[in-house]
Design a protein around this ligand. Structure first.
Ligand code: DGY
Length: 324
């Protein structure tokens, strides 16, 4: 008797943990082994032959890809965000799309809080200062920073990660403001949050931390007018998506001195070009999009992406399915 052929799956990068070994036991697997994402022509060619794709936020899944991918029955993104995927185009072709919510919430909030603390207290600058041999004595005015304890934190977006950030901030006695599409009275009661309008959040926050997905409504949510409306000396933390901030306006706000500083785990584009003016600014802390990068969390994300993909290939709804 002929054995049924296994579904073909292309994974756009090696993933941490043992999830791909589990997948390999059930499908015919091809994994892109390079550090950089597969070039577009490679991705299109692989998609043409694939029943399933496991993608990262660096891989664009759009109409042109889907038009050539006649066998494709499942797309699984190893991220909670999915702005790299045209979900409507997948839905129109009845291709389920999975993502990895929940498992990275606390890890991402840990990092957002770490960035806020490090920016406020100039940790990276202090490290550079000591290593450069510039530390000569204890000085009353050396590397003065901003207090986090008791300051006002404005949260832009109060989904799972925004709420996890609020829980951490509460332990630091922070006053908590938020803007969100819908009110969250449950979290207001639990965490002492106050829902405000955008103008109030910008005017009153010592720290603004972004926790929204990237979509048409959030692209350039912070632009020139918004930076001008922020409290002088305020600090910005972005662990969401780079294009939520108008980066040219950010450069102006930082170099003009109105904004006290920014900590960015995400930029537009990623990585930044080597001539980006951001790289010349001292009051900026940069990280290479690693907010969810703990051993445990990246392993869980990979595992969840495999579960989503296998479910779809078996004709079931993925446990974490983005399509409406
Ligand atoms: C996501 O999941 O969307 C992050 O940006 C990467 O973990």
């Amino acid at each position: 008797m002929e054995r049924p052929t296994r579904p073909r799956v292309f994974v756009t990068r090696q993933l941490p943990g043992d999830a791909l070994a589990r997948l390999a036991a059930q499908v015919s697997l091809r994994v892109w082994e390079e550090q950089l994402p597969p070039p577009r022509d490679v991705l299109l060619a692989e998609a043409r032959e694939a029943d399933g794709l496991i993608t990262l936020l660096t891989d664009r899944v759009d109409e042109p890809l889907l038009d050539g991918a006649h066998r494709l029955r499942a797309v699984s993104n190893v991220a909670v965000g999915y702005d790299n995927i045209d979900v409507a185009a997948c839905t129109a072709r009845r291709i389920p799309v999975g993502n990895t919510p929940g498992v990275l919430t606390e890890t991402t909030a840990d990092f957002a809080f770490a960035l806020m603390m490090a920016l406020a207290r100039r940790v990276a600058e202090a490290d550079t200062y000591v290593r450069a041999g510039r530390w000569r004595t204890w000085e009353p005015g050396l590397l003065l920073g901003t207090d986090v304890y008791g300051a006002t934190l404005g949260l832009v977006g109060l989904g799972a990660i925004g709420a996890a950030m609020a829980r951490r901030a509460r332990g630091f006695g922070m006053r908590l403001l938020y803007v969100n599409r819908r009110a969250r009275p449950d979290l207001e009661a639990e965490l002492g949050l106050t829902r405000v309008d955008k103008a109030t959040l910008l005017a009153e926050s010592d720290f603004v931390s972004l926790h929204v997905p990237l979509n048409a409504g959030t692209r350039h949510w912070l632009g020139r007018a918004e930076f001008a409306a922020m409290k002088p000396g305020a600090l910005l933390v972005n662990t969401a998506r780079g294009p939520v901030v108008d980066q040219a306006a950010l450069v102006e706000a930082l170099s003009g001195g109105h904004l006290g500083g920014a900590a960015l785990d995400v930029t537009d584009p990623e990585p930044l070009p080597s001539d980006s003016p951001l790289l010349t600014l001292p009051n900026l802390l940069l990280a290479p999009h690693i907010a969810s990068a703990s051993h445990a969390t990246r392993g869980r994300m990979a595992s969840m992406a495999v579960d989503n993909l296998l479910a779809a290939l078996q004709g079931r709804k993925p446990p974490h399915c983005i399509n409406p």
